[in-house]
Design a protein around this ligand. Structure first.
Ligand code: AMP
Ligand code: ZN
Length: 115
């Protein structure tokens, strides 16, 4: 756990959040500032800064994150219509919380390109 990291604090239940899934290794929380009717963040409990910091040792964890995202999309009822998974990396990528997370966005028509 990184004591300065918001998502580590949420994973440790030191900061409140709406947790929709916690399987020990992977956590899913509702985004505090939703950009779509469904906006959930899927993240590892382990502090990994971003997708750029994943190593070969994280391959299973990364796969698990995507599986959880897929399952939640099903639970949220957005699977059939489609949805977006995105992970911002670094400053120019638009990352504001330096703990790896995948945004699951759905419930409306997404546009491309993103801002
Ligand atoms: P990113 O900008 O890709 O790093 O995404 C960070 C996301 O975390 C943003 O969509 C924020 O709205 C969201 N966020 C920030 N603080 C919280 C919080 N306390 N609980 C839930 N989501 C948060
Ligand atoms: Zn962290």
């Amino acid at each position: 756990m990184n004591d300065d990291c918001l998502f580590c604090k949420i994973a440790a239940h030191h900061v409140p959040a709406t947790i929709v899934r916690d399987d020990g290794d992977v956590l899913a929380i509702r985004d505090i500032n939703p950009q779509a009717p469904t906006h959930i963040l899927v993240l590892p409990r382990e502090h990994v800064e971003s997708a750029a910091h994943l190593t070969a040792e994280h391959e299973r964890l990364w796969g698990r994150i995507l599986t959880v995202a897929q399952e939640i999309a099903r639970d949220e009822g957005i699977e059939a219509a489609g949805y977006r998974l995105v992970s911002n990396v670094g400053r120019a990528g638009g990352q504001t919380v330096a703990h790896l997370h995948v945004h699951l966005l759905g419930g409306r028509q997404m546009t491309w390109p993103p801002g």
